[in-house]
Design a protein around this ligand. Structure first.
Ligand code: DC
Length: 224
């Protein structure tokens, strides 16, 4: 019997990270934060002085990088170790998101991360969060969801998160960065950000996290 997967794709700020983690906790399933893998490669490239324009070297890094997740507690982001080091908040900054989006453009990097992502597929099931979970990594998923929200709503959510962490950001700058990242993620040739043809599209602009989790949970119950 195949192990069930729910894929939750969408742009940054659509709520997919929190929604996916809560859904996984509610189901007692594993959780894959695939963005963290791309972020780890971006961070590793910067730390090791590898050029962001060298796909072969970046793919080598992606192959070699050792990424470990600690179980998350109290809904906080899971601590992540990259090459034996706790990278803490460095993984979640806008700057690292930008690095991730740059390295994620290269097909060789994406291929190098495929097996690492598929290793997360273990009993009793997996909730996989990213950009291409339903289109490329788990094309046979039991349920595919594509979360969206307007760029303004996403910028505002991100603004609140970063302010809570005490970071100095402006809403206008975040909106600009979100639009830039969306455009690059959607325009790249290798696994661009787009819903799978069989994905259910869910706009979270007017939904709370719990409401979004409920909707997805109910859709999943109909398929299990
Ligand atoms: O979800 P996130 O913000 O952590 O992702 C960071 C970047 O990584 C995002 O801009 C694009 C890239 N990414 C990707 O290309 N494919 C994925 N499955 C996940 C993330």
């Amino acid at each position: 019997m195949s192990i069930p997967v729910v894929t939750i794709d969408g742009p940054g700020g659509s709520g997919k990270g929190t929604v996916s983690q809560r859904l996984a906790a509610r189901l007692g399933w594993h959780y894959l934060d695939s963005g963290a893998l791309y972020r780890a490669v971006g961070l590793s490239a910067r730390n090791k002085g590898v050029s962001l324009d060298d796909p072969a070297a970046l793919a080598g890094l992606a192959q070699a990088v050792d990424i470990r997740f600690q179980p998350a507690a109290d809904g906080r982001p899971a601590p992540v170790w990259v090459d034996g080091q706790d990278v803490g908040d460095a993984l979640r900054t806008e700057e690292t998101g930008h690095l991730a989006s740059r390295v994620a453009q290269f097909a060789a990097v994406r291929t190098a991360l495929l097996d690492k992502q598929r290793h997360f597929l273990q009993v009793p099931g997996l909730v996989a969060d990213g950009r291409d979970m339903g289109t490329t990594v788990f094309p046979d998923a039991l349920l595919k969801v594509f979360l969206t929200a307007s760029p303004e709503v996403r910028a505002e959510r991100r603004y609140k998160q970063l302010k809570e962490k005490g970071l100095d950001v402006t809403l206008l700058r975040l909106l600009g960065e979100i639009r830039e990242r969306d455009a690059r993620d959607a325009a790249r040739q290798a696994s661009p950000l787009r819903p799978a043809t069989d994905a259910e599209i869910l706009d979270t602009s007017r939904l709370s996290i719990d409401e979004a989790v409920d909707v997805i949970f109910q859709r999943l119950q109909q398929r299990l």
